[in-house]
Design a protein around this ligand. Structure first.
Ligand SMILES: [Fe+2]
Length: 411
């Protein structure tokens, strides 16, 4: 683990190197102009009251009838709503079952006793979200090991260019489960939002050698050559170990809706511009940012996207459209996202976080550690060791795994 002193030194050295071999001011002007055009396009669609986030029906994935134009649009936006991955009744039942699992196992009393263990969200000004440290409920595991989820992920992974000089970066047809939490947000809640951020590394995006290779076109000033869908080096990045970082490489972050939710329900907003890293990375290299600062990127925290540095980009922040139970929402790991400060709707807005984490060495290493915890009912290694579920009744057990599920758990 690097000390703060080492981190500051690596920031200063990296910035100096990156700034000194191309015209960062000129490159940033171009990146900014690209972002302005994308934002204009997003606002134009929004003004016409058309859906900004691309939508695909799960049936179209099964039938293979997704057009080239839809793929182009999806890759431009870096986000997609895939409808009806699960039947609506199924999702409703799961939502009720999770509620019973939480209540009958007295989660609230146990969590109050252990409050304060998870500091991840403390910097996000809106406060802590209404997220539960529940990983191994039956509905979560059934969704993770389902065929429809596997088909959805195969489709999502296929959007990536997996070629590299050392062969394929990952297997797009197989996934390891990444056990994550659930959100159950009460109507009326005003305290549980998340400010705009990007997960999976903050200062590392400038200082880590693998990240520098991922973004090498940006750091060479060749913005037009940068492809956010090129997977090479993305499974080799070394993140600062913290609760802000997912130890698996995810082709998409995502969640499955357990209740109906839309713009007024305290749910997800996105900046649907897949190619926004040029702007973000170059912004921190401009003259107005101190040599030891990267637009306030902080080790072990999400990368915050703020009005003080990223105004042009923030103008593209839009809420997702209405989704129904069983729909899924997905976004590229470099996409800015936030959760609305206020839930002004009438019903709970509940989701299961399920991302897409294809099989590769990095993900296998974590899957094995995760499975050790699963067998004991402990929280997964990436999360605070709250271990609420160790003695929970009705926890999903290993004999309930299908052969697909066993493979996804590296068993
Ligand atoms: Fe996030």
């Amino acid at each position: 683990m690097q000390s703060q002193e080492q981190i500051t030194k690596s920031i200063i050295v990296s910035k100096e190197l990156l700034r000194n071999h191309f015209d960062v001011t000129k490159a940033f002007e171009k990146a900014k102009s690209n972002i302005n055009k994308e934002v204009d396009n997003i606002l134009e669609i929004q003004n016409k009251e058309l859906p900004v986030i691309p939508e695909i029906h799960y049936r179209s994935i099964l039938n293979g009838d997704i057009s080239e134009d839809e793929i182009i649009n999806l890759k431009r936006r870096g986000a997609v709503i895939i409808r009806n991955v699960f039947d609506r009744n199924q999702a409703n039942e799961w939502n009720d079952e999770i509620g019973e699992y939480i209540a009958s196992n007295d989660y609230f009393t146990k969590s109050l006793a252990r409050e304060g263990m998870d500091k991840y969200f403390s910097q996000l000004k809106s406060g802590a979200p209404q997220i539960f440290g529940i990983y191994w409920s039956r509905p979560q595991m059934l969704a993770r090991q389902s065929e429809s989820m596997a088909n959805t992920k195969k489709f999502l992974n296929s959007l990536w260019d997996i070629s590299s000089s050392n062969g394929n970066v990952f297997n797009p047809n197989k996934d390891f489960m990444y056990a994550d939490r659930i959100r159950r947000r009460e109507p009326g809640d005003e305290t549980l939002g998340l400010s705009p951020h990007i997960d999976g590394g903050s200062f590392e995006r400038w200082t880590d050698t693998a990240f520098q290779k991922v973004y090498q076109s940006v750091f060479n000033g060749n913005l037009d050559s940068y492809d956010p869908w090129k997977a090479e080096y993305r499974t080799e990045t070394k993140e600062f170990k913290s609760p802000a970082v997912c130890s698996m490489f995810r082709t998409f972050q995502g969640w499955t809706a357990l209740t109906a939710q839309g713009p007024s329900d305290g749910t997800l907003s996105l900046i649907p511009i897949a190619n926004s890293m040029g702007y973000l990375l170059l912004r921190a290299l401009q003259d107005d940012i101190a040599p030891d600062n990267l637009c306030d990127a902080t080790p072990g925290r999400p990368l915050l996207i703020s009005k003080s540095y990223h105004k042009d980009l923030l103008e593209g922040l839009v809420s997702i459209q209405d989704v129904n139970p069983g729909d899924t929402v997905w976004w590229h790991p470099d996409l800015t996202h936030s959760v609305a400060d206020k839930h002004t709707g009438k019903d709970y807005s509940n989701v299961m976080f399920i991302g897409s984490s294809p099989q590769c060495q990095k993900n296998l290493d974590y899957a094995k550690r995760q499975t050790e915890n699963f067998l004991l009912g402990k929280s997964p290694p990436d999360f605070a060791a709250e271990d609420y579920e160790v003695d929970f009744e009705g926890r999903f057990s290993s004999d309930q795994l299908t052969s697909l599920g066993r493979n996804q758990m590296a068993l």
